[in-house]
Design a protein around this ligand. Structure first.
Ligand code: VOV
Length: 247
């Protein structure tokens, strides 16, 4: 058997998903001055990141995680991996970080695979997908995933055409959710413990469930999809930060 051919990808901004848990006990024990200082400094950081976004040099969103896996879910996009560590370090040095515990992180890069023809990085539509300004929709969901490599179910030994066919079917399911769910697929081969990160945005949380459920029946997910932990959250705007952190 000849080796299956790898698909070409085009890659865009580097991506960090950073989940943190708030240590509410020490937050409550801190003085009001300390808390105010921490909130103000964090809001300044958010303003700085908003400015980067306005100049289209990156993008970021912040969500409140539902459930006990974390409290905050930050997703950051930047042109280089170095900028991701710079930003992470800046956050770690901030006053608020004294009250945050790491919960989970995921490193990847925005990726488009070229199964249905070549996207040119000069095409404005492709650029929009490689360098996306992330939507600030009400809900966000993140999970990492792999394609199975077991016995007869080995994605990586399927012929190119067969993988393209299955992904075309996949995209048809996805397109039914146009305007309801927006997806950002990031590749993490060589960067993190899974192969892709899946980030979904929705105005209505139920659409996240409907899409992920319906996709389970697509051949590519039914046979080859393996999934990590799911994180789901509600949007946290800078202007709501004082209320959210008020104790
Ligand atoms: C919101 C809907 C939506 C839409 C429209 C959509 C479309 C598309 C297209 C057109 C393409 C192929 C070209 C490209 O753009 O890369 C893809 C590619 C991919 N997808 Fe997708 N996907 C969606 C949504 C969507 C979801 C919900 C998931 C998670 C799967 C699930 O079962 O939980 C997913 C996964 C992926 C992955 C891992 C890849 C890369 C596969 C590879 O081997 O390279 N995806 N996807």
């Amino acid at each position: 058997m000849t080796a299956a051919e790898a698909v070409k990808t085009v890659d865009g901004w580097y991506c960090l998903h950073d989940m943190r848990t708030i240590d509410w006990t020490s937050w409550k024990l801190a003085s009001k001055e300390e808390r105010d200082e921490a909130i103000q400094e964090f809001k300044n950081l958010l303003t700085k990141w908003e400015d980067v976004e306005k100049e289209e040099n990156g993008s970021n969103v912040l969500y409140k995680v539902v459930g006990q896996k974390a409290d905050l879910m930050l997703m950051i996009l930047r042109p280089t991996m170095n900028e991701l560590t710079d930003l992470e370090t800046e956050l770690n040095k901030s006053k608020l970080a004294e009250f945050l515990q790491p919960a989970y992180s995921y490193v990847s890069v925005v990726e488009l695979s070229q199964y249905s023809g070549n996207s040119s990085a000069d095409d404005p539509k492709t650029r929009e997908r490689l360098y996306p300004i992330l939507p600030k929709w009400e809900h966000m969901c993140f999970y990492p995933m792999d394609k199975r490599r077991q016995g007869d179910e080995n994605w990586y030994s399927l012929p190119f055409k067969e993988r393209a066919r299955q992904l075309y079917e996949h995209s048809k399911t996805g397109r039914k959710y146009a305007g309801e769910v927006k997806q950002v697929i990031t590749g993490s081969f060589g960067f993190d413990d899974w192969e892709w990160g899946v980030t979904l945005f929705a105005h209505d949380a139920i659409q996240l469930k409907k899409l992920v459920y319906e996709m389970r029946f697509d051949e590519v997910s039914a046979k080859y999809g393996e999934f990590g932990a799911f994180y789901v959250g509600n949007h946290l705007a800078k202007d709501d930060m004082d209320d959210y952190l008020h104790v």
